[in-house]
Design a protein. Structure first.
Length: 185
């Protein structure tokens, strides 16, 4: 199960999602925020009542916000935008490398601030760029190891580790503890 969104967090997530992709339909937004579609309709009404210009766009078949509503667009070239979005969305969202789930959210924010000309060039490639890396153990399965190493680096501490054999019938003698001095992840 995903995260539970507070209403404010959900409204901000909606703004970011609607700005980042043309044609976000209510069903997509409801799945993104893990709520019912009727909640999204109420949230859109709340956004409009708060002065956030959210409207249905018949051309794209979904909702949109007025361009440049929050911040001026980021000045990226088409090549820069494609490189960043492809890496953040494909690698980050695909859970191919642990701890990059936030990368997909960053791509969404970046998309929402692209200049209109760059956005128009990027949109036709949506769904057609794929980066496939070797699979890892997943996004959160190594979180405790990652956190332990990060803390050891920050505190300049030695970590006592135990080697686990990659073979199914690993030799118990290989499980000797050793000192590890991490300095980077």
């Amino acid at each position: 199960m995903g995260r539970t969104y507070t209403r404010v967090h959900r409204l901000l997530r909606l703004i970011s999602a609607i700005q980042s992709k043309r044609g976000m339909v209510v069903g997509d937004l409801a799945r993104l925020c893990e709520v019912h579609e009727r909640t999204i309709y109420r949230d859109i009404d709340t956004l409009n009542a708060s002065g956030v210009p959210c409207s249905f766009d018949h051309d794209s078949g979904g909702y949109r916000l007025a361009r440049g509503f929050f911040m001026p667009p980021v000045e990226l070239t088409f090549e820069e935008a494609m490189a960043i979005i492809a890496l953040l969305e494909e690698v980050g969202d695909g859970a191919q490398i642990p701890f990059l789930g936030a990368a997909a959210r960053a791509a969404e924010k970046l998309r929402s601030q692209l200049p209109p000309a760059v956005m128009e060039a990027v949109e036709p490639t949506d769904g057609h760029v794929h980066i496939d890396l070797a699979r890892s153990s997943g996004d959160e399965s190594c979180r405790d190891v990652y956190d332990e190493m990060r803390c050891a680096i920050a505190r300049r501490r030695i970590v006592i580790c135990t080697y686990e054999s990659a073979t199914p019938h690993g030799d118990k003698q290989d499980e000797t503890p050793f000192e590890f001095r991490p300095y980077g992840l």
